[in-house]
Ligand binder design. Structure first.
Ligand SMILES: C[S@@+](CC[C@H](N)C(=O)[O-])C[C@H]1O[C@@H](n2cnc3c(N)ncnc32)[C@H](O)[C@@H]1O
Length: 236
């Protein structure tokens, strides 16, 4: 007898299809608000010491759906910049009326990210990931979700073990070619290769929301490392 084998490609297709269900219950105005918020963040570029790339509107939409679906209570992010990814994740949690504790660091920038909702946001300005992870460890914080949009340092790896990354959902931006998302996935291999399964970034043809393409253009380059313990078969 053979087991049913699900490879990463098949898993990825089904992962994003299931994630789409998190759109249920949302009204057009909720997504218009997300779109307006992330567009307004562009004006913060003027405060940047290191003016670099921000995530695409499509990635922002999927981060919103990801946090709305999984409902993390604590998120840690590497790479704040102008806060597009951070605000999208926080707004996804807020859309469930479940405030999140959100921590984000940026080694090169110290930009004030405006936020007025019910979640708690803390920005580690001009701090690298190692400094933030050390502080989170000292405070006994174990994030349930990580968003990595900078380059992980070697010194981060033992700290991530202390922060129980083996139990956390990890989102990797720029997962394409030899970009930093792929480099970060390699760096994490030794820690999470037995615990997590990867969903590649969503292929446009796998998830049809043509009605949102104009509001959220571009492609999503976010890969997801999901702890296998978060997988469950349901009857319906
Ligand atoms: C692509 S930008 C982040 C974009 C941001 N997530 C957004 O949506 O606007 C990458 C940022 O990560 C920062 N960075 C890179 N490696 C880092 C590290 N190890 N720790 C902290 N920040 C880091 C850089 O300074 C840069 O501002």
């Amino acid at each position: 007898m053979n087991p049913l084998l699900i490879n990463q490609n098949n898993f990825s297709t089904i992962f994003w299809k299931i994630l789409l269900s998190s759109r249920n219950g949302l009204e057009k105005k909720d997504l218009e608000l997300l779109s307006a918020e992330i567009l307004s963040l562009q004006s913060l570029r003027g405060q940047a010491d290191y003016n670099t790339g921000t995530i695409s509107p499509k990635s922002a939409l999927w981060l919103y759906f990801l946090t709305r679906y999984f409902k993390p209570s604590t998120i840690a992010e590497v790479g704040t910049f102008i806060g597009t990814s951070g605000l999208s994740m926080v707004m996804g949690c807020d859309s469930n009326n479940l405030p999140v504790k959100f921590y984000s660091c940026d080694v090169s920038n110290s930009i004030d990210i405006p936020y007025k909702g019910k979640s708690t946001v803390e920005f580690f300005k001009k701090s690298d990931s190692t400094q933030m992870f050390k502080q989170l460890k000292d405070r006994g914080v174990s994030p349930e979700m990580f968003h990595i949009d900078g380059r992980l340092n070697q010194d981060d790896l033992p700290l991530l073990v202390d922060l129980k990354v083996m139990d956390a959902i990890i989102l990797l931006d720029d997962f394409e070619g030899v970009e930093k998302g792929v480099v970060n996935a390699f760096a994490l291999q030794g820690i999470i290769n037995k615990t997590h399964v990867m969903a590649y970034p969503p292929k446009p043809e796998d998830c049809s929301f043509k009605d949102l393409d104009e509001m959220f253009p571009g492609t999503c380059t976010t890969a997801v490392l999901l702890p296998q313990k978060f997988l469950s078969l349901t009857r319906q």
